[in-house]
Ligand binder design. Structure first.
Ligand code: ATP
Length: 258
């Protein structure tokens, strides 16, 4: 589903991604871990099409197409979804209005009939229960005044409504209390399916107790330096990053993040 080859990306002339290679098949869940500042969010943003970052080399093939050639909105229509590390507040636009517009844009693109307000309300209420978010949040401005954990739950609600082919989740577990972590993980597990891939950026092995990944990758200084199965995350928890030959300052930052 997703094939990344030798991906390089820069911001303001600084190279952040320095040759990423990654193959993700439909049905798989991949976790991306690594020290602070290693490029995890940059990778997520580049895949979603944030033009702050300049791709200087490499290719990304998504479902057979050249992803990097497509505009952000076309990537979203084709099924790429990004749950932000820091979800953005959009005051004045209700959550309901925002999500219905997005869902109907997708349905239109897929040649499916649009959902009217009543149909969408019914669906949104069901999904909000799934992530334990009071349906009252549907009426509020997008993320406006939401707590950190509520924003993260709202991101997963969007994913459940949009049913993307590729869900990229950037630190969806950060700031969640123990119960919310379980709720959000259940939401992500509900997304798992044979025709969908999930790329999850996380610092915490404990998330991977709930959402068991097929593969774990360590990103350091813009490159994937180690890949393995779930046991790699357990090893990182125990040993930190320095055994992988990651520079001492990066490894220290990483252990303080953990
Ligand atoms: N818009 C930007 N302008 C300048 N530098 C940026 C920008 N975005 C990212 N960077 C830099 O790129 C590097 C990688 O950042 P990124 O957010 O991808 O790291 P990360 O691995 O997700 O880190 P963390 O674990 O702390 O979230 C950092 O040094 C960061 O300061």
């Amino acid at each position: 589903m997703l094939s990344i080859k030798n991906l390089h990306a820069s911001v303001e002339g600084n190279e952040i991604l320095k040759g990423i290679d990654l193959e993700v098949k439909a049905g798989e869940v991949h976790a991306i871990m690594g020290p602070n500042g290693s490029g995890k969010s940059t990778l997520a943003q580049v895949l979603a099409g944030n033009d702050t970052f300049e791709v200087t080399a490499g290719e990304v093939i998504f479902s057979g197409d050249d992803l990097l050639e497509k505009k952000t909105e076309d990537r979203a229509r084709d099924g790429v979804f990004l749950a932000f590390q820091y979800p953005v507040e959009i005051p004045g636009v209700s959550n309901m209005q925002f999500m219905r517009t997005a869902v109907n844009a997708l349905r239109h693109h897929r040649g499916e009939p649009e959902m009217n307000a009543a149909e969408f309300m019914k669906l949104a209420r069901e999904v909000s229960k799934q992530v334990d978010l009071d349906p009252a949040f549907l009426k509020r401005g997008v993320n406006e005044g939401f707590s950190g954990g509520e924003k993260k739950r709202n991101e997963i609600m969007q994913a459940l409504l949009l049913q993307p082919s590729l869900a990229i989740l950037d630190e969806t577990d950060s700031g969640l209390d123990i119960d919310a972590l379980k709720v959000v993980s259940d939401g992500v597990n509900a997304l798992r399916s044979e025709d969908r891939a999930i790329l999850m950026v996380t610092h915490y092995q404990r998330l991977l107790d709930h959402i068991v990944p097929d593969y774990v990758h360590v990103l350091a200084d813009g490159k994937i330096v180690k890949s393995g199965g779930r046991e790699l995350a357990l090893e990182l928890e125990e040993r930190g990053y320095s055994w992988l030959g990651i520079a001492e300052d990066e490894a220290t930052e990483a252990s303080s993040a953990n």
